[in-house]
Design a protein around this ligand. Sequence first.
Ligand code: UDP
Ligand code: MG
Length: 139
Amino acid sequence: MRTDRTFTMLKPDSVEKGHVGAILEKITASGFRIVAMKLTQMTTADAKEFYAIHKERPFFGELVEYMTRGPIVAAILEKDNAVEDFRTLIGATNPADAAEGTIRKMYAASIGENAVHGSDSDENAAIEGAFHFAGREMF
Ligand code: UDP
Ligand code: MG
């Protein structure tokens, strides 16, 4: 299992607010190489599958509505210790708890609309990257 890749989505609120350029700048300035990237929109079925682990949670319906309401930027990122370092860069799920200078502290509005996704394990990074990208789209 490789440990140098993670998967991210700049969520619909980041695209709507025009924060894509600033967030990508912060990601690349933090040492992540973009391996794959696209503007795409998840269907309801896509979002239910992507977030299936949360299907029993009370926020699941809202999460699916939010993640499908507009385009996202999906990307695979490469760096040593990618998963952990990217989770540090984005900050806590709730921006109110996120450290100063983290992407969620700077750009997230709430625990629901929190600007970015970051994989939580090497295994999920591989699964989530493969959910959005074919091998020939990865560089
Ligand atoms: N979420 C929410 N309410 C909560 C917890 C999570 O709306 O109380 C949303 C939020 O968009 C979050 C996503 O569900 O990013 C996935 O939750 P998870 O606990 O996996 O947080 P993450 O890994 O994104 O920090
Ligand atoms: Mg998570």
